[in-house]
Design a protein around this ligand. Sequence first.
Ligand code: ADP
Length: 309
Amino acid sequence: MPLIVDQLRKTYGDTEVVRGISFTLQAGECFALLGPNGAGKTTTLRCVLGHTEPSAGHVTLCGRPVPEQAREARARVGVVPQNDSLDPDFTVTENLLVFARYFGIPAATARARVPELLAFAGLEAKADAKVTALSGGMKRRLTMARALVADPDLLIMDEPTTGLDPQARHLIWDRLKGLIAQGKTVLLTTHFMDEAERLAHRIAILDRGQIIAIGTPREVIATHIEPQVVEVFGEWAGHTGGAAAWAQTHAATYSNRHEISGETAFCYVQDAQPLLAHLAQQEGLRILHRPANLEDVFLKLTGREMRDE
Ligand code: ADP
């Protein structure tokens, strides 16, 4: 098993920021840690990699106890950190070669791997460009390629698409899907639910240092939330207050649960038909009927208020 995390705890000062987290990764699995800012995702990754010492609990990474044998374990792991730590003084190719040297890969072997890594990153045309000339998406793809230099058993990515535009995100997803299809084991953190739903075989939702939901995206959705959502918005003819006013008077009658956020009422239902039939009689209101998704679960479990941290 590439990773076993057992009852992991981490305290900074008086605050326990990771509070008894357990999960395992099977070989070939993509596992996503989801959570709002400050939930403890990065701290968990730091403990997994042996960059910070847990206050309690056990980590076994690629068969080695961490932090005791973190160095040996890390030799089998490719890491894509949140901030690309590429060397700006070097070209794209040089960045790959320098990194290979850290891993003790012979220069000739590293050089032979460069074309394949450049192709993976879609950076063949930029082989001799300085890193400073790359876009954010290109840098992220280079960092991914760099993490693959030693052909790791496990790839760990901290928020792989944060800060990227939609086109760049899709390219990263394509690359990641390719790696997963090849059978690589991937652990990623993200606060994008669609990213987790698209890529991960299993997810864990973290909040305030604890796992509050774990399983396949389908299992998590089925366990924690009604299967269908009807979003109601717009004006309500003959009434003031639009969808919010409608929700206050009618949503509870037709929904198992509802929430009002801004101008939109989110109605969570086992069976949408009675609600849809009622709404068809209400002029002006607009609706979006869709299956429940991970974002709905996440908002239900962690709340809609902003986490500024
Ligand atoms: P996430 O990655 O989910 O956003 P983090 O693991 O970065 O969460 O942070 C979890 C909590 O731990 C936050 O409250 C953060 O301020 C705190 N924290 C993280 N690193 C340190 C540190 N080195 N010293 C003190 N507090 C820290």
